[in-house]
Each structure stands twice: as structure tokens, then as C-alpha cells.
Design a protein around this ligand. Structure first.
Ligand SMILES: Nc1nc2c(c(=O)[nH]1)N[C@H]1C(S)=C(S)[C@@H](COP(=O)(O)O)O[C@H]1N2
Ligand SMILES: [Mo]
Length: 396
């Protein structure tokens, strides 16, 4: 493997430039403390101050099928890099016929514009609910690390076709311009997707190199000036501040592909190494109104929320059911939003309340027949929580 196919992280691991790594690491760690929260959207609840990570309150989240940028969750592992559009260059290398470098303006000029609506959700969404079994480390997301937006840019497939992908290529790696600091070492965030996903050219399923979100340039927090959008895949594969694409015969060795986004029962390096990375998100549904712990009165309640499939091409949400008796009896909810591939649906249900109603639960079933489990297995890194979502109520 050539030097440039190794991530900086791997060099650090091998100790070849360990001294340099430490000095870069501590410099970045200091400047990271000094930087202010670059987001400050009033609609987001901060789950971590620096770097800023936040999610909207759930009742706000389901006001719109297209999530306004102000209430769209932010998940950043390092500080938000402030990059002028003219200063970002995208390099495409690895197993391609013509390695190339483009400015964002050159990309937008050369390739046809493409648009897709897709839901982005963090693999750690609902992580805080693992605490009912055993608390998991990491950002304690409730259920708002999800949003649905209109993304515009160009198709990744068109760029790959232009540079010519070699026959032995199997994966496409992405690298961001941010610097993540862990254990005093600074390295870029990276993602990776199988080549077939990168080469999709359907209207709804194409992976994009996006410059716009909801008709406006991306904000710095959401990846300005360029990010990937991979419909149906966990948010971590939609790399912000994108400056490098590498075509390869294996998944990226970047920490966030090789070690982080994996479903493992324990912190065991050998097991983590042989577990494949998470790509698609998971079948899910959440009650957003009433909110957790609300006081309710009367004999009926309007319940609202969102639901989504597991991101596999061809699946859609078939059924959303709400129960007011802990899952003994269920009532179907109605979809109240648009329906589009790789997008959540919003739903609503009128649910009768009795004197003994103390909670509401929801579950979704997709067109393949898969239903959310009542409880999902615990995993060490706290991903893909999709047990029945429960809201506890007080009788007012
Ligand atoms: N460069 C870079 N890209 C990134 C991240 C990051 O920290 N750095 N976080 C990823 C994760 S884990 C998620 S869930 C999404 C969140 O996108 P958003 O902040 O626009 O909502 O971005 C992904 N892309
Ligand atoms: Mo994420």
C-alpha cells in the first residue's frame, strides 16, 4: 500500500512520526479549548459544548417534513473548520485512471446538478436509552439526532465515471478537512462506502457531493463548502468539509470506519477489527408529541412522531402502531407527510386514554415485514437503538 493510501492515523499508530503527532495533537487540543461554539442555534439542545453537538427538542422536530437548518442536529467530532469556498480543493485518487483535483466551482461547472431529499441520522441516535440496560459512553443523544433535508450538488457517480474507476475497486473513501483530537493525536474524520452505493444514479438514491441544504449554501456546521450525502446510510458516511476521495479495494483505515461505527458487545480490539462497519441506518419510530413526562387529561390524545426504514433500497414504512397499554393492543397511525425513498415519514394517531394509561409506545414495520423489536440488544458503542420508543405520561 502506498504512503498516500495510509491515513495519518495509521502513521501515528505505527509510531513512525509519533513525536510529530504528539506536538500537533497538543497544539490542536489547546486551540480546541479556546474556540467558541460556532453554531449557537437557539433551536438545538447542546449535548456537548466543544466541539458543539446538539439536537432539537422532539416536538419541534416533527413540525416539518423538511427539517429547517436551525433545527437540524449537528454532530461534529472536531471543531468546525472555517473554509472559504475558493480555498477548498477536492482530490480524487487511488484506483482511478486519472487522479484529479478540482475546486468546488470546477466541480459544479463540469458535472450536472443533482438534487435529492434524504434523511440523515446519527448511528448514535437514542443512545441515552441504552442506560436502561447499562449506560454507554459517548454523546447521550435522545431521539433528535435525525433530520430530513433537500440536498443539492452533483452525483458522486458522475465524478467517478469521469476519473475512471479501475476494475479492482470495491470501496470509496472520504476524508474531511476537520481535525479530530483523540488521546492528544489530531487526525481527519473519514468515511467509506461500497463502490456500488457510490455508483448509483437513481433520482432518490444517488450519493451526492452536496453544496446546498434546503436551497441555501451549506452552513459551516453542516459541512460548507462540500460534503457527501449517502441516502440510507448512517450520518457518519456523509462526510463534511470533504477534500479527498480515494478509490480502493477495501474499506478506509480511518478510525471512524475501522474502529468506531461497529456493533460489538464489548471493547475487544480483535473483535472490532473483524466486525464490518455499519452502513445502513436502522428501522425506527419515535413519539415526539406528547413529550416525555407530559401531563395529560381527557380521554383521547393526539400522538405524533416520525418513522423510517433501515435504509435498504426498495423498503418503505408499511405500518406504524401506537399502544397505550404497554404493547398488548395497538392502533395504527396515519402518515401525514410526503413519502420518498430514504426519507422519514411523519405520522399522527388519535389514541384513547384510560385512567390506567401511564405510557405510550410506538413501533414500525417495513414492507419487507421487519418490525422493531420491543428491546434491542445492548452494544458497547451504543449504536442503532431501535427498541419500541416509550413516552411516560402523568395523569393531569
Ligand atoms: N468531516 C466530518 N464529517 C462528519 C462528521 C465529523 O465529525 N466530521 N460527523 C459525522 C456524523 S457522525 C454525522 S451523524 C453527520 C452529522 O451531520 P450534521 O452535523 O450535518 O447533522 O456528519 C458526519 N460527517
Ligand atoms: Mo453520527
Amino acid at each position: 500500500m502506498s504512503l498516500d493510501l495510509l491515513s495519518r492515523r495509521d502513521l501515528f499508530r505505527q509510531g513512525t512520526i509519533g513525536v510529530l503527532a504528539l506536538s500537533i495533537g497538543s497544539r490542536v487540543a489547546r486551540s480546541q479549548e479556546a474556540l467558541p461554539n460556532p453554531v449557537g442555534s437557539a433551536d438545538l439542545i447542546a449535548r456537548q459544548a466543544v466541539p458543539f453537538n446538539g439536537e432539537p427538542p422532539l416536538n419541534k422536530l416533527v413540525e416539518n417534513w423538511i427539517t429547517p437548518v436551525d433545527s437540524f442536529f449537528v454532530r461534529s467530532h472536531g471543531n468546525v473548520p472555517e473554509i472559504a469556498a475558493k480555498d477548498l480543493k477536492l482530490t480524487i485518487d487511488g484506483m482511478v485512471d486519472k487522479p484529479m483535483t478540482f475546486t468546488v466551482a470546477e466541480l459544479m461547472e463540469r458535472f450536472p446538478k443533482a438534487k435529492t431529499t434524504a434523511t440523515l441520522t446519527c448511528a448514535g441516535n437514542r443512545r441515552s436509552e441504552f442506560a436502561a440496560i447499562k449506560k454507554v459512553g459517548g454523546i447521550q443523544w435522545e431521539a433528535g439526532a435525525i433530520g430530513n433535508a433537500e440536498w443539492q450538488g452533483i452525483r458522486l457517480a458522475d465524478v467517478l465515471k469521469f476519473v475512471g474507476v479501475k476494475a479492482e475497486a470495491k470501496h470509496v473513501w472520504f476524508e474531511g478537512r476537520d481535525e479530530v483530537v483523540e488521546k492528544n493525536i489530531a487526525f481527519p474524520f473519514g468515511g467509506s462506502i461500497p463502490i456500488e452505493k457510490a455508483q448509483v444514479t437513481t433520482a432518490t438514491g444517488s450519493s451526492l457531493l452536496a453544496t446546498e441544504m434546503n436551497g441555501k449554501p451549506l452552513t459551516p456546521s453542516h459541512g460548507f463548502p462540500l460534503r457527501t450525502i449517502v441516502p440510507g446510510f448512517i450520518g457518519a458516511r456523509s462526510v463534511k468539509w470533504l477534500h479527498k476521495i480515494t478509490v480502493a479495494d477495501r474499506p478506509s483505515p480511518n478510525h471512524f470506519v475501522a474502529d468506531v461505527y461497529k456493533l460489538v458487545p464489548e471493547d475487544n480490539a480483535e473483535l472490532i477489527a473483524k466486525t464490518s462497519p455499519i452502513y445502513e441506518f436502522t428501522l425506527n419510530s419515535v413519539i415526539c408529541v406528547p413529550t416525555q413526562g407530559s401531563s395529560v387529561s381527557g380521554n383521547q390524545i393526539n400522538v405524533k412522531g416520525f418513522a423510517l426504514t433501515n435504509g435498504t433500497t426498495g423498503r418503505s414504512v408499511q405500518k406504524i402502531e401506537v399502544s397505550a397499554d404497554g404493547g398488548q393492543s395497538w392502533k395504527a397511525a396515519k402518515v401525514t407527510s410526503s413519502v420518498s425513498d430514504y426519507c422519514w415519514v411523519l405520522w399522527s394517531a388519535e389514541i384513547p386514554l384510560t385512567e390506567t394509561t401511564t405510557s405510550l409506545v410506538v413501533r414500525a414495520t417495513d414492507t419487507s415485514g421487519e418490525t422493531q423489536p420491543e428491546k434491542n440488544p445492548w452494544n458497547y458503542k451504543g449504536y442503532q437503538f431501535n427498541g419500541w420508543h416509550r413516552v411516560n405520561l402523568k395523569r393531569g
